[in-house]
Design a protein around this ligand. Sequence first.
Ligand SMILES: Nc1ncnc2c1ncn2[C@@H]1O[C@@H]2COP(=O)(O)O[C@H]2[C@H]1O
Length: 260
Amino acid sequence: MVSKTTNLTGYSVSEICGNVSFVFVCVAYLNTDILMLRVLSTGSIALSILFQYYRAIPLWIPIRWNVLLLAINSVMTVSLIAERQMANNMPGELAGTYTNGLFEARGLSKVEFVRLFSRAQKITLRKREKLAQDGQVNRRLFFVVEGAVQIQQRGKRIAKVTPYHFIGEMSFLHFLLDDECPTTSKKKCPDTMATADAVAETDTVVAYVWDFENLRDYLQGEREVRNALSAYMNYDLRAKLSLLNTTAARRRTSHKNKKL
Ligand SMILES: Nc1ncnc2c1ncn2[C@@H]1O[C@@H]2COP(=O)(O)O[C@H]2[C@H]1O
């Protein structure tokens, strides 16, 4: 049992706990990692309870409230640690998607990636099944992980989407902007039409699929994931566009050569 009057280098236990508690608060304020912040606040609360208890007269009101705060913080800390552990040990196939899809390089942490993909459904499409239809309202976003998808416009093949690329991102980005469309505006907000037909080219195509509305609702509370995902899609769009330009240039050259 620690005596309330114990002196260590001239300071009482209560004083030491009180001061160290504030040192923890200072370090917590300088930290940007949410887990570290919670661990430090838990430590700080525990120390402030000791400070309040080992005073000459214990301060029971703050002690009781701090016990509650300590319990809340401890539960949140444990759930954060569990989530990080789950993300670090995600199933091999999901880990492959994280690595091969270059999600880390494009700003999504493992935890954010697992949160995002746990909201998707993994599906298998058969050859010739449509993922999107040109000119039709689209409400599904796909991330292809196996197989290939043919992109057509007016029945003509314009591109091929291979694993680790999105399909439906053009209408999804539109849909996200729609979100910011004022409902009072007389002007109709743009609709989320698919810009091309997307058809399964291989015998099977495996993809993760999100419903636009569910994904938008989730992203509303996760600003950083929303920004990282939009950046990822813009990167994907740039790659698709540059491929399209290269193919068009190649076609023009071969057309010219044939004429000569
Ligand atoms: N030139 C292209 N190259 C690759 N993918 C494309 C191309 N044009 C359209 N797509 C994809 O086909 C999808 C059709 O629906 P979206 O317009 O929502 O999003 C489109 C893109 O994901």
